[in-house]
Design a protein around this ligand. Structure first.
Ligand SMILES: Cc1cc2nc3c(=O)[nH]c(=O)nc-3n(C[C@H](O)[C@H](O)[C@H](O)COP(=O)(O)OP(=O)(O)OC[C@H]3O[C@@H](n4cnc5c(N)ncnc54)[C@H](O)[C@@H]3O)c2cc1C
Length: 430
């Protein structure tokens, strides 16, 4: 097994655009973080005539944007319809749910209009129910979503699930017809190429050491140089640390891992995913899984493995979970294992806005592929003073995380508790 190597980078190498350019002294907009959020924001602002520089501490797309599962869909909200309704009332809950559909519509349109080469295929996603109670709860939730925002879905009873997925592990499930998949590294590369084409300059391997507000401008400390910017966008999301403290203080970083298998014989692939769908399941610490865009391997991911575990331990934990669903993969090895740090927020909502003197967009809670491009467009409009910048999240404050120094540890403890509950439920079921 190749240790700690990202499958997506092997099947599409990281872009090396505008590396080696001299740092500017002064710029209209400095963007910290060259993932989907930073790169997409750069495209809009550079096209509007702003001089734009994007800095990344590592290579372009080094963070979650080259490490994710590449699964797209409406990504509604972790609280679900009932949770949102009890917190905000029906109208606001529906508006937040509608943003999920808006983000997906925008994402599909943007990829098509810009001809972004990222293997986008709207294959649909099957989400398996681990129990009959989960199946019933999913049916109720989908019904509400259909009524609220027109979500198309199809409940699949257990007897018919083999037409969707090569397993008997689930008690049926749901097909989300508006879901699909992309190749994450290809999307990062395509956005980087568009940003450069629009006139932005990308600075890989250029960590921003800190920011200092100076009157109406902000100074960015990059190595031994200082860059002065009128506007600063912090797009460091789950990779934020005290150098971009405005983001760091507002998100909880949660580590999540992934594996890619060795190549799988074509007949077995056809059995595992007869319709080439994306997959998920109803557990608290759930696994997501999907075929690679070339249809030759499977990728599995989730928050399995102890915090701080080695790549081998992470691979073993994810493989164990995968074999529960697909015991047919027993003789197929793991070719790649990697991890990434996603950004959660205490209210489970993504946020964008102006905080502590900088523009922020992030906190996508593990569902940032469509949201990041949508938020980049909204944030750009806001910076440019254009109309159409509002979102249903605007009146939810992007609060700092309470007990921030302990937040990662607390999140790990919570994950362990949920994983224990999942195991208990499976034991009961057996
Ligand atoms: C394993 C995994 C699976 C996932 N699967 C999915 C999925 O299937 N669907 C989905 O919708 N979402 C998924 N996500 C989440 C999604 O990938 C992210 O929400 C999204 O990529 C966030 O993009 P971003 O541009 O905001 O941040 P990132 O891509 O994380 O970019 C942040 C960048 O900031 C840079 N940076 C940090 N500090 C500095 C500094 N001081 N100076 C300069 N640069 C700095 C980092 O190097 C990094 O490149 C997954 C994430 C992981 C880890």
């Amino acid at each position: 097994m190749a240790s700690d190597s990202i499958y997506w980078n092997e099947s599409a190498a990281p872009a090396h655009l505008s590396a080696g350019k001299a740092l500017p002294e002064r710029i209209d907009v400095a963007i910290v973080g060259a993932g989907y959020t930073g790169l997409a924001t750069a495209i809009h602002l550079a096209r509007a005539g702003r001089s734009v520089a994007v800095f990344d501490a590592a290579e372009i797309g080094h963070g979650c944007s080259s490490r994710n599962g590449g699964m797209v869909g409406p990504s509604f909200h972790k609280l679900g319809v009932a949770g949102l309704t009890s917190q905000f009332g029906e109208e606001k809950a529906n508006a937040i749910m509608q943003e999920g559909m808006n983000a997906l519509d925008y994402f599909e349109r943007f990829v098509a209009e810009e001809k972004l080469d990222c293997d986008l295929r709207m294959t649909g996603r099957f989400r398996g129910a681990r129990s009959i109670a989960d199946y019933d709860a999913t049916a109720r939730e989908c019904d509400r979503l259909h009524k609220a925002v027109g979500l198309p879905f199809e409940m699949i009873v257990e007897q018919n699930q083999r037409a969707e997925i090569g397993t008997d592990f689930f008690n049926g499930g749901v097909v989300y017809h508006r879901d699909g998949g992309i190749h994450p590294r290809k999307l990062a590369n395509a956005l980087a190429a568009k940003a450069v084409e629009a006139g932005a300059t990308l600075f890989p391997s250029t960590p921003v050491r800190g920011l200092r507000r100076n009157g109406t401008e902000t100074e960015l400390f990059c190595g031994d140089r200082t860059v002065t910017a009128r506007d600063v966008v912090v797009a460091t999301n789950g990779y934020a640390d005290s150098r971009t403290d405005a983001m760091h203080q507002r998100v909880v970083q949660i580590r999540t891992g992934a594996i890619a298998t060795e190549e799988i014989p074509a007949e077995l692939m056809a059995e595992l995913t007869p319709k080439g769908r994306m997959f998920g399941e109803s557990a608290r610490i759930f696994m997501w899984f999907r075929p690679t865009p070339d249809g030759k391997r499977f990728i599995f991911g989730g928050r399995m493995g102890e915090p701080g575990c080695s790549p081998e331990e992470r691979a073993a934990a994810i493989r164990t979970a995968a074999l529960r669903i697909f015991p047919q993969l027993d003789s197929i090895g793991v070719a790649h294992v990697w991890h990434g740090d996603v950004a959660y927020t205490p209210d489970h909502s993504p946020h964008l806005g102006f905080e502590d003197g900088v523009w922020l967009a992030g906190g996508y809670c593990g569902s940032g592929v469509t949201r990041s491009l949508y938020f980049a467009m909204k944030l750009s409009r806001r910076i440019l003073g254009e109309t159409g910048a509002e979102t249903a999240f605007d009146d939810l404050p992007f609060k700092t995380v309470p007990f921030k120094p302990f937040s990662r540890k607390l999140a790990d403890l919570l994950s362990r508790w949920w994983a224990w509950q999942d195991e208990r439920d499976l034991t009961k079921r057996a």
